[in-house]
Design a protein around this ligand. Structure first.
Ligand code: PMP
Length: 465
């Protein structure tokens, strides 16, 4: 039954929650349990802070979903959308037409991305971008008369999106299992997750060994079957997994040696997150293709894309023939205008330079101190990505029995105490807006520390059982 408030157009929080429960299915959510717990209604935001419909203020240490890199409330971005919508809200680029913002954005991306990436294919999201890459990679090898090269090697626990193809490309087993989803020709090797899977081996030896799994897998499958390898420079949704220094050079060597295309999924690492334009710049990777989304528009409007290197673009363009792929919103002029303005602001305000020189080192020092907390087995960060591993026993690094329960408890305590951190199992992760100041980092870390204390107290009170 609609409430009286609804009839008058004056919803209070309870009305919103009730309507949400009745009509709205949320992503990656247990619908039943959400309905019983109710939702928090976020109503406004400014800088790095959010407010809910009850007036609670929260520090958003996740930049939304790893995307609001410029922070909230940027009027210039709203203005860019408004101006473009008045001139031309939408037009496509399918049939020998194009729009000015799409052209300028492609040109700007060629300027800021690594040297050999000179073409952009636009999409509406990260998942669509990875679907595009799968089709593009296969077409590339087809055009080179090697159509049997269809296998893409990815990593266990990788997240590359949640369309059918992107789910299979990713390595999250629980996602595959839900729909018997494991399309053929995507295979997975281990992730460079030293804390979770290093088993006490020296860090660099572990990094090298995990990278060498790529070589073993190529040899096992046969080079004539393998099309590409895909990975995030730093795994985000997998739990902010920062690879050992030995990892990426070995991956690059193997890809070069066997002529396998290297795909960097930069959906999270791109646009300054690691203190460089791209994660690939930070690690010295030379990808043939890059997946981009999120920070491309700071999340103000949905847009993604694929940056295509000369090796692939050369074949696709020179050989001719239609690439039968694209989306209604590929190169959408309004989203492109907002993304372009977003990139201009990143440059004008030297935001990436500030992350590299100031806020990332500051976060590393402050965040690292959380490693001393009795509940924390490791605190790590790179750029403005951070993670803390919650453990039952600090010395032996033994985890809690019911995997994910400590993380969920900590996340809820954070929410209730004005801090948005995300739990990936029992790993707490952060990815704050790139505009966060050192004073705001102090506040973030101080809040996180207090929430860890409260989590420990709750665990000692038996809240996990
Ligand atoms: N790749 C990576 C690395 C991601 O983190 C994400 C989203 N978290 C995606 C792809 C999928 O992006 P989207 O949700 O925009 O489809």
């Amino acid at each position: 039954m609609p409430s009286a408030n609804r009839d008058q157009g004056t919803y209070d929080t309870a009305d919103y929650q009730a309507a949400d429960g009745r009509h709205h299915l949320h992503p990656f959510t247990d619908f039943k349990s959400l309905r019983s717990r109710g939702t928090r209604v976020i109503t406004r935001a400014q800088g790095i802070y959010l407010w809910d419909s009850e007036g609670h203020k929260m520090l958003d240490a996740m930049a939304g979903l790893w995307c609001v890199n410029l922070g909230y409330g940027r009027e210039e971005l709203a203005q860019a959308a408004y101006t473009q919508m008045q001139a031309l809200p939408y037009y496509n680029s399918f049939f020998q037409t194009t729009t000015q913002p799409a052209i300028k954005l492609a040109e700007k991306l060629a300027e800021v991305s690594p040297e050999s990436l000179n073409h952009a294919f636009f999409t509406g999201s990260g998942s669509e971008s990875n679907d595009t890459i799968i089709r593009m990679v296969r077409r590339y090898w087809q055009l080179l008369e090697q159509p049997q090269k269809t296998v893409i090697i990815s990593r266990n626990n990788a997240y590359h999106g949640s369309t059918v193809a992107a789910t299979s490309l990713g390595g999250m087993r629980y996602m595959h299992d839900q729909n018997s989803l494991a399309i053929e020709d995507f295979v997975h090797i281990d992730q460079p997750y030293w804390f979770g899977e290093g088993g006490g081996r020296p860090v660099e030896a572990f990094g090298l060994a995990v990278a060498q799994q790529l070589e073993s897998k190529i040899l096992e499958l046969g080079v004539n079957r393998v099309a590409a390898f895909i990975a995030e420079p730093v795994q985000g949704a997998g739990g902010v997994i920062i690879p050992p220094a030995s990892y990426w050079p070995e991956i690059q060597r193997i890809c070069d040696h066997y002529g396998i295309l290297l795909i960097a999924d930069e959906v999270i690492c791109g646009f300054g997150r690691l203190g460089a334009w791209f994660g690939s710049d930070h690690f010295g990777i030379r990808p043939d293709l890059m997946t981009i989304a999120k920070g491309l528009s700071s999340g103000y409007l949905p847009i993604g894309g694929v940056l295509v290197g000369d090796r692939v673009a050369g074949v696709l363009i020179d050989q001719g023939g239609e690439f039968a792929h694209g989306f209604t919103y590929s190169g959408h002029p309004t989203t492109a205008a907002v993304a372009l303005k977003n990139l201009e602001i990143l440059q004008r305000e030297q935001i990436i330079e500030t992350v590299a020189a100031q806020t990332a080192p500051y976060l590393e020092a402050a965040w690292g101190k959380l490693g001393e907390h009795p509940l924390v087995g490791e605190a790590r960060s790179l750029g403005l990505l951070g993670a803390i591993e919650l453990v039952k026993d600090k010395q032996s690094r033994i985890r809690f029995d019911d995997k994910g329960s400590a993380g969920a408890l900590c996340r809820d305590i954070c929410f209730d105490n004005g801090l948005v951190m995300r739990a990936v199992g029992d790993t707490m992760v952060i990815s704050p807006p790139l505009v966060i100041t050192t004073a705001e980092i102090d506040e973030l870390v101080e809040k996180a520390s207090r929430c860890l204390d409260k989590t420990l107290a709750a665990i000692n009170d038996g809240k996990l059982s």
